[in-house]
Design a protein around this ligand. Sequence first.
Ligand code: C2E
Ligand code: MG
Ligand code: MG
Ligand code: MG
Length: 282
Amino acid sequence: AAKAAGRNCFSYFTPAMQQAALDRLRMSNDLRRALDAAQFEVHYQPIIHLMTGRVVKAEALVRWLHPTRGMIGPAEFIPLAEDTGLIVPLGDWVARQAIARLAQWRRAFNPEFQIAVNQSPAQFRSNDFTDVGWVQELERYGLEGNAVVIEITEGLLLNAEPRVNKNLLMFRDAGIQIAIDDFGTGYSSLAYLRKFDIDYLKIDRSFVEDLDGIGLDLCEAIVVMAHRLGLEVVAEGVETERQRDILARIGCDYAQGYLFSRPLPAESFTALLSAWPDPSAP
Ligand code: C2E
Ligand code: MG
Ligand code: MG
Ligand code: MG
């Protein structure tokens, strides 16, 4: 049929597309093996309370230490992990790592330290999600639910299915906190902020980058709205002292970004916590 249609008809698979499909297949096979081969590592990025300058939370960010390609960031493999279902066991693994570290850091540094963990919609919708992990895992270390913050994106809450609702309620009953990640970049129906019990808005990095432009008004508006609704605000992607100062001035509660630290392997993060200046010290 393609031939009959003549020169104007495209064949569906160009060589480039074939190559891309092959790469993807190879990568998803690699990915499946990677969990058994212990090729993943969780890195931690500090979240700073702007008023006191203390590190009060860390965000857990997964990396893939690929045997031939080196360290691969989550943007490159999380979508694939979602498509293949691997996100569920991978997510459980990240959660267990993060909770074990949290227990250690609470004991050694700060009994109120919190860990933030990203959850993709695929995890939220998975069947086993309610059965595994969080609560039992926290209990193992004698930790309360409010030691953990789950980061989700706005899209999940728009037309939330019954199962999503159920999981959100389960989190709330356990005392686990919820943050909206990349706030302001998704569908902006704000009604969900009232409908669901949200604890934090994380202002997307794109607004923080633009504090000399419209980003300033947007950040300020987000802070005012969040506080009115009883939520706290975390700014993402803070890279300069100036950005930090502006965010502090407009009342943003927390900041995270390369200015403070890149995401670090657990041991380096422990070192960061021990070296961090204690503002209450004489
Ligand atoms: P996110 O949750 O919005 O995480 C923040 C991203 O911004 C991280 O990228 C972090 O390294 C980066 N970042 C932090 N500070 C700065 C800064 O000052 N400047 C710049 N340019 N970037 C900064 P990363 O680690 O590559 O993660 C990308 C995304 O992958 C995350 O975005 C999150 O959506 C997803 N992700 C990471 N770990 C997990 C996980 O364990 N499970 C799931 N489901 N998703 C994850
Ligand atoms: Mg996040
Ligand atoms: Mg984010
Ligand atoms: Mg972001």
